[in-house]
Design a protein around this ligand. Sequence first.
Ligand code: NDP
Length: 258
Amino acid sequence: MVWQIDLKGKTIVVTGGNRGIGLAISEQCAQAGAHVAIIYRSSQDAPEVAKKIGEKYEVHCEAYQADVADQAAISELFKKIYKDVGPVAGVVCNAGVNYKKPAIELTKEDFDDNFGPNVWGVFTCAQAAAKLWKEHDYKNGRIVFVSSVAATIANKGEAQAFYNPTKAAVNSLARNLAMEWADQGITVNCLSPGYVHTDMNAGLKDDPEFEKKVAASTMLNRISTPDEQAGTAVFLLSDYASYITGTQLIVDGGLHSW
Ligand code: NDP
């Protein structure tokens, strides 16, 4: 028997699927045979990125511009994706932001800027999918939230007093939605990455000394590639993960200190 993840014919929505960790998830979903709907915020090249994925893996891959924090727009968009790309079978709520600022300067606006996309925006997409699955009586929906090890740690010198709590909220949201939607056959889980070399870490990722320090704080003594994160998201979308719900899979190379 060949152990292989097969998402053939399924439609997977990946928010922030045009770059960073999300791009690796879009690619691996397509590689597993899924059609992919990417939701992005403002990157001009997102439609081209989607086109290339579609051509490479011979699947339907389309990019849609929307702000995940806009509940009405997301609800309409999911209906459109259902019609245009196909019945959605899974959603990866990966889009996120990390606005850092010393805690003493933080404002309500900063709170909304972080919690809007990272928590409310995760919820809007999960809810839009769950509503459609209920309407279509689909019993095998898969939801994956991209959380972070930051949910339970505080990094020295990184001023993430709002970002880290957004991820703690995402973990709790996953557990609660998993409970509430279990009767509908929906599983909800988190992928919790450690540090990954992406645009989100602008300023840090160009500092080899910083990345060396982060690498040294892991058991594997290196930082993760986006592909190493994506594999876990795709596993959680697959039939192999049918009995996993309400939990998080931590993919941090054995992070032990920072
Ligand atoms: P990037 O900054 O590389 O990419 C962020 C993506 O999210 C982009 O595609 C962006 O779209 C999209 N996005 C942001 N805000 C919105 C919004 N309001 N509506 C729609 N799309 C939006 O991030 P990463 O790949 O590094 O991170 C992906 C996820 O992984 C995030 O949730 C992050 O918190 C989490 N994570 C990252 C870690 C890391 O070290 N990089 C570690 C742990 C967790 P556009 O391109 O249009 O701007």
